[in-house]
Design a binder for this molecule. Structure first.
Ligand code: NAI
Ligand code: MG
Length: 491
């Protein structure tokens, strides 16, 4: 008998390495049957409602207010009142106390928020727990620190708050986008009317509890729910001084047109079609992990997703082989299972958009690869997908798919990589994989993208500004840069 056989005698090697189900309990979340708008520190009964669901099961979760023009008007009035009667005159050190409190309460209640985020939005619990929640709290901590130091951030420029900020956010990072918007606005002394996306309102509504717990003065933050019509009412309201929008390029352009000539300040964080560029000298296994994280994180519902992979021709084959093998190990399914890597597609509408673009990719002649994968019967799902043989002109190489779909293209020289990477109307982010530091700097200088990651992807930090070039929008969120859109310097 050999040593190995004997060892197997004692401890049999399992044949099946799949994980047992490890669902996170839903009990920590207490849903109400219906939710109103949060205006002036009170819940206001909505005139109209709609249902919000779980995209993983299509079960109805609660009734949500469909904000009308009158309701938006009441929210803006409450925000104006809070701005004029106390909040904007409060010393920065006092505003900071509220922001620190909010940050700490988010940390304390992070499990509750993470479960609710996954339930309402479909993202894997390990992402909402380990990414969305810690980053949302970090944003409040970070901007709390700036609240009493604005004169040092902008020396000799006399920074003043803008007034009432209207903020419209998307469904891919519901609580995190709320934090990106609200934290800098309050740090600078503004008040807020925020509208979460229609498919994912629940964490924003739970956040109203946090505001009460933190004893934030009534009217400083108002949350109005509803769809694009509610958003448009915020954009058009004459009492709003600044609009901050994150969402589609189409709606962003429409907002910019409507605001032309009104004097309202505007920041837009829109779509992307990021290049993830892999050179032949890189650490290949790490690059594969970075590619997977770049496009399958959050089902690819990420504006800065690395949706175009550029592989140097000399490593194209081993890279694509490794990538396909890695895809087979991704676990798609129940967002509340702690072992899930890829959760549910956020909505039926988004699933239809993904399907349409994938069909276009096949029709145009790209080669599709999808690993064997059993999808749940109910809910909205899409198998992680890789397209090879992609030409730059194909729709799947040009348009934002916003789903777990990667297009692989190739290049030979760094110059060619830059030219192809920049061949897009977008410019939000990019990734470079190489062992050569000088090449990273050379590339970063030439890539027309707001963020360039080197040997990593999808890394966020509140101290680092984030935002786009070209059709990805303008203005920066995060860091010292993120204060500027919420300040005026005119007196
Ligand atoms: P969208 O841009 O319509 O929605 C984003 C937010 O804007 C939501 O809160 C929505 O209610 C609001 N909104 C819609 N129309 C509005 C209007 N006329 N005025 C004011 N607010 C309005 O995005 P949608 O339809 O959910 O997704 C379509 C595509 O947009 C996606 O497939 C994706 O490509 C892209 N997208 C990009 C995001 C990003 O983070 N850059 C986020 C969400 C979507
Ligand atoms: Mg839309």
């Amino acid at each position: 008998m050999t040593d190995l056989d004997r060892k197997q005698d004692r401890a049999p090697v399992p044949k099946d390495w799949t994980y047992a189900p490890a669902p996170e309990s839903r009990d920590i979340v207490r849903l109400r049957e219906r939710y109103g708008h949060f205006i002036g520190g009170e819940w206001v009964e909505p005139a109209e409602t709609y249902e919000t669901i779980s995209p993983a099961t299509e079960e109805s979760l609660a009734l949500i207010g469909e904000g009308t023009e009158e309701e938006v008007d009441a929210a803006v009035a409450a925000a104006r009142d809070a701005f004029a009667n106390g909040w904007s005159a409060l010393p920065g050190s006092e505003r900071a106390k509220y922001l620190f409190r909010i940050a700490r309460i988010l940390q304390e209640r992070s499990r509750e928020f993470a479960v609710l985020e996954s339930l309402n939005g479909g993202k894997p619990i390990k992402e909402s727990r380990d990414v969305d929640l810690p980053l949302a709290a970090a944003h409040f901590f970070y901007y709390a620190g700036w609240a009493d130091k604005l004169e040092y951030a902008f020396p000799n420029r006399r920074p003043k708050p803008v007034g009432v900020a209207g903020q419209i956010i998307p469904w891919n990072f519901p609580l995190l986008m709320l934090a990106w918007k609200i934290a800098p606005a309050l740090a600078c002394g503004n008040t807020v009317v925020l509208k979460p996306a229609e498919t994912t309102p629940l964490t924003a509504l739970l956040f109203c509890d946090v505001l009460r717990q933190a004893e934030l003065p009534p009217g400083v933050v108002n949350i109005v729910t509803g769809d694009g019509r509610t958003g448009a009412a915020i954009v058009d309201h004459p009492g709003v001084d600044k609009i901050a929008f994150t969402g589609s390029t189409e709606v962003g352009k429409a907002i910019q047109r409507r605001l032309a000539g009104t004097g309202k300040k505007l920041t837009l964080e829109l779509g992307g079609k990021a290049a993830n560029i892999v050179f032949d000298d890189c650490a290949l296994d790490q690059a594969v992990e970075g590619i997977v994280n770049g496009i399958y994180f959050n089902q690819g519902h990420v504006c800065c997703a690395g949706s175009r992979l550029f592989a140097q021709e000399s490593i194209y084959e081993p890279l694509v082989d490794k990538l396909k093998r890695r895809l087979e190990t991704l676990r798609v399914g129940d967002p509340l299972d702690k072992n899930t890597d890829v959760g549910a597609i956020n909505s039926k509408m988004q699933l239809e958009r993904i399907v349409e673009l994938v069909e276009a990719g096949k029709d145009e002649g790209a080669e599709i690869y999808q690993p064997p994968c059993r999808l749940p019967e109910r809910g909205y799902w899409f198998v992680p997908t890789v397209f090879t043989n992609v030409a730059q002109s194909y729709r799947i190489a040009q348009e934002e798919i916003f789903g777990p779909v990667l297009s692989v293209l190739t290049f030979r020289t760094p110059e060619e990589a830059v030219e192809k990477a920049n061949n897009t109307p977008y410019g939000l982010s990019a990734g470079v994989w190489t062992e050569k530091g000088s090449r990273i700097l050379w590339m970063a200088q030439r890539l027309r993208a707001g963020v360039v990651w080197a040997n990593t992807f999808n890394r966020f930090d509140p101290t680092s500004p984030f935002g786009g070039y070209k059709e990805s929008g303008f203005g920066r969120e995060g860091g010292l840069h993120g204060l500027e859109p919420y300040l005026r310097f005119d007196e």
